[in-house]
Design a protein. Structure first.
Length: 135
């Protein structure tokens, strides 16, 4: 699956809207998980992919809710977690993508809570478990 994601990533033409989405993703990732330098590349790529899907869905949901045009982008993105909860209960791709994002958010928080130096096996097992859900 990671190779598929890389292929898709290279195939995407970077329009101004893609650059804006990338920046929103970077900001959300930094806010949510902080420094990911300790994460293996495959895990970082998976987190980037899930975050991007979530941001695109969240923006679409927000645009619909606020009757904004399809090309509208907020100056800064502040996640409304009540709106995210609404997305989780919406029967569509929004539901699946939101659940994937919230699951990953919870899993990466659990990973960050493991001292990888004191408990390297538990740390690696958590990474394996997270990536198993990615496939």
């Amino acid at each position: 699956k990671a190779a598929r994601l890389n292929t898709l990533g290279k195939a995407i033409k970077m329009s101004p809207s893609n650059h804006r989405i990338d920046q929103l993703c970077k900001n959300l990732i930094a806010e949510t998980w902080g420094d990911r330098d300790d994460f293996p590349e495959e895990l970082s790529s998976w987190a980037d992919h899930i975050c991007r899907e979530f941001i695109v869905s969240y923006l679409n949901f927000l645009r619909q809710k606020e009757a904004r045009p399809p090309d509208w982008f907020p100056e800064t993105l502040v996640i409304d977690w009540d709106l995210v909860d609404d997305m989780r209960h919406f029967f569509s791709d929004y539901q699946h993508i939101t659940k994937s994002f919230l699951t990953l958010k919870r899993q990466l928080k659990m990973l960050q809570d493991i001292d990888k130096h004191k408990h390297p096996n538990a740390y690696q097992q958590m990474i394996t478990d997270i990536l198993a859900g990615a496939n």
